[in-house]
Every structure is written in structure tokens, then in C-alpha cells.
Design a protein around this ligand. Structure first.
Ligand code: HEC
Length: 131
């Protein structure tokens, strides 16, 4: 005889909810949010549709063409990178953050990336989690 969902069903439902939560918020991305707030958030928004600060909105930047935020006034070097078809992937973003000016000389970005490799990896993971 059954009275609605049994205990095993409830445990399965809780496990599924937890798995979904963990998939949405990997630990690295959490750490990355903190590192992003320390190093980047003064200039960059990460909520979709939020107005840009001094720098472009970075929601969903991984996969986006370089210099590709709608309506943002980029430097000539990023305009040229866009024209050349450069696209942000995790590897390019990691290298960029190591030394932004080296990748794009003449960049207008006042921030100098993130010197610490663990911070960089965490920031990349965090930006990967934004849409
Ligand atoms: C002092 C302000 C400032 C800080 C701090 C800063 N940025 Fe930027 N960022 C900018 C500006 C301005 C641009 C546009 C540069 C240009 O047009 O040359 C930019 C551009 C970028 C781009 C290229 C975006 C695109 O649409 O192609 C990425 C990626 C980026 N920043 C990531 C970061 C990350 C990650 C951090 C933190 C580690 C950071 N920035 C810190 C101001 C800043």
C-alpha cells in the first residue's frame, strides 16, 4: 500500500535538486566570483543587460567575439581584433589576464589582469558560468 511519494522518492528528489545546484554553482566559480569582485567588478558588470561600467559587460564573454559587447566603445586594438575574428575562449582569456597589454598592445583597460594563476583560473571558471 502506498501513500503518495515514498521516502526513497523524496531522497531521490532531494539528491537531484542538490546535483542541479552543484552543477550550477561549481566551487571554482564561487571562488571566481570573489576574485572577480576583488579585481574586476569595479569596471565590469556581469549581469546580463546591466549597463557597462568603464569596461564592457562580461556576461557570457566566453564564446563571444573579442570587442563584441553591443554599443561599447572599444579601443582600436580591440576593434581590430574583432575585425580579425578573435573570439574569447577559456585559454585566450587566461592568457589575456596574465598580461592584457602583451596580448593587445594599446588596450584601454586600466586594470592589469590578475597576477595570481589560481585567481586567473577561478575568474575564468566564474566567467564561464555567466550567460
Ligand atoms: C580599471 C578598469 C578595469 C578593470 C579593473 C578591469 N578591466 Fe577589463 N576592461 C576595461 C576596459 C576599459 C576594457 C575595454 C578595453 C579596450 O577597449 O581596449 C576592458 C576589456 C576587457 C575585456 C575584453 C572584453 C570584450 O568584450 O572583448 C575582458 C575579457 C576583460 N576586460 C576582462 C577583465 C577581467 C577578467 C578583469 C579582472 C581581472 C578586468 N577586466 C579588470 C576596464 C577594466
Amino acid at each position: 500500500m502506498r501513500h503518495g511519494p515514498d521516502r526513497a522518492d523524496r531522497i531521490r528528489a532531494v539528491r537531484l535538486a542538490l546535483a542541479l545546484l552543484l552543477a550550477a554553482l561549481p566551487a571554482a566559480a564561487q571562488e571566481g566570483r570573489r576574485a572577480f569582485e576583488d579585481h574586476c567588478a569595479s569596471c565590469h558588470a556581469v549581469d546580463r543587460g546591466a549597463p557597462p561600467g568603464p569596461g564592457p559587460n562580461l556576461a557570457g564573454v566566453i564564446g563571444r567575439v573579442v570587442g563584441g559587447a553591443e554599443g561599447f566603445d572599444y579601443s582600436p586594438v580591440l576593434e581590430a581584433a574583432r575585425a580579425a575574428g578573435d573570439r574569447w575562449d577559456a585559454a585566450r582569456l587566461g592568457r589575456f589576464l596574465e598580461d592584457p597589454e602583451e596580448m593587445y598592445p594599446g588596450l584601454w583597460m586600466g586594470g592589469n589582469g590578475a597576477r595570481d594563476a589560481a585567481d586567473r583560473a577561478a575568474i575564468v571558471a566564474f566567467l564561464q558560468s555567466t550567460r
